[in-house]
Design a binder for this molecule. Structure first.
Ligand SMILES: [Zn+2]
Length: 142
């Protein structure tokens, strides 16, 4: 540990270095740094910056994940409503021709705002059309 009296504490404070960071850099304990900061009348930053940014990041990740998910859900719901509004409703499945509850099925997989990109299929045909193996659908019954 060098002579801590020679340290330019003001510079550390100005650089918004945290106590933890400074302690690591100077190979001394946090309490010593805090004491010097107090002595110099400097404001100290709590915690390490990486911890602070980690905290921010994890919060950002949660916020990031949810809107993406919500965004998609909202997107599908919006398209769902949009197709229901603009695509003329039919009563027979456009694939098997049976009279069933029909789903608006997206054709291109891009969910375009184009009514020609959707067709009315019964749930069974919809599942087969969307994903013959997994049996997943994106748009529900109308
Ligand atoms: Zn069908």
């Amino acid at each position: 540990m060098g002579n801590l009296n020679k340290i330019n504490w003001k510079k550390y404070a100005k650089d918004r270095r945290t106590i933890v960071e400074i302690a690591k850099e100077l190979h001394c304990n946090e309490r010593t740094i805090k004491r010097y900061f107090k002595k110099e009348g400097l404001k100290k930053l709590q915690g390490s910056r990486s911890e602070i940014s980690k905290r921010k990041q994890s919060k950002a990740n949660i916020e990031e994940k949810n809107p993406a998910w919500k965004g998609n859900k909202a997107k599908y719901q919006a398209i769902h409503a949009w197709v229901r509004r603009y695509k003329p409703k039919v009563h027979l499945c456009e694939s098997c021709g049976k009279k069933k509850i029909l789903d608006a099925t997206n054709i291109s997989g891009e969910y375009k705002r184009d009514i020609n990109d959707y067709k009315w299929l019964c749930r069974k045909c919809h599942i087969q059309f969307d994903n013959p193996k997994k049996g997943q659908t994106t748009l529900g019954a109308f």
